[in-house]
Design a protein around this ligand. Structure first.
Ligand code: PLP
Length: 220
């Protein structure tokens, strides 16, 4: 595969060049078939080219291909937000907006908590991953490769151990680290929010310790 026109900042995990996919399989340009364990990194829950998805895309493409929602609202956005907000089981009315990426969603969450609380400090977790933009880099609980050579990052951000049965960090250890953080590093009254993954991916596919989530008030 020729990659002269692709930035060196992108590294490839698999040295293959894909041509097409179907359900849980993909084919490279030489026609070799692979079972796809990547699934767009866990986002292709319906597999590749599901007929219903293909038909929905085709149907929408014949109606309206793009419109900036802030310029004029349109039906698909309104319908999707209705279904998403109904699906999120919080028991009170919620609203939201669609973003281009996970990093953009996390950046907007930071802006919202800053505006709502008047505070700036964020508590994040070792091994966490929240994106590749400047603010989200600082939330990531990993230096290499994300935070190297990029200089000062937006903050303040503090990291705590991520407690999980999968990494051996207990609830007690994580709560102890939190006590230390709030007595040594930062006044709890300056904390705008916690940001935490219920299941870490980049951190090693770890499920969050439920007792910690409850004790820290992250789960009701
Ligand atoms: C928990 C979490 N937040 C944010 C991101 C960043 O998403 P994106 O690459 O769409 O910016 C990811 C990506 O894997 C993620 O797993």
């Amino acid at each position: 595969m020729s990659r002269e026109t692709i930035s060196q900042s992108i590294s490839f995990v698999h040295p293959i060049h894909l041509s097409h996919g179907n359900n849980a399989e993909v084919w490279d340009t030489s026609g070799k078939r692979y079972i796809d364990f990547v699934g767009g990194i866990g986002v292709l829950n319906l597999g590749h080219c599901h007929p219903a998805v293909v038909e929905a895309i085709r149907e929408q493409a014949t109606r309206l291909t793009h419109y900036a929602f802030n310029a004029a609202p349109h039906t698909p956005y309104i319908e999707l937000m209705g279904r998403l907000t109904a699906f999120i089981p919080v028991g009170y009315p919620i609203s939201g907006m669609l973003t281009n990426s996970g990093a953009e969603a996390a950046e907007n969450a930071l802006k919202i908590v800053r505006g709502a609380t008047g505070r700036t400090a964020v508590i994040a977790f070792d091994g966490g991953f929240h994106g590749r933009t400047l603010a989200t880099l600082n939330l990531n609980g990993k230096v290499a490769p994300y935070k190297q050579k990029v200089g000062v990052l937006p903050g303040p951000v503090y990291h705590l151990p991520y407690p999980s049965a999968d990494n051996g960090v207990t609830c007690v250890e994580a709560l102890k680290a939190m006590d230390r953080l709030f007595s040594v590093e930062i006044d709890i009254n300056d904390v705008a929010c916690f940001i935490i993954e219920p299941v870490q991916g980049e951190g090693g596919f770890l499920a969050l310790n439920i007792e910690f989530a409850q004790a820290a008030g992250l789960l009701r």
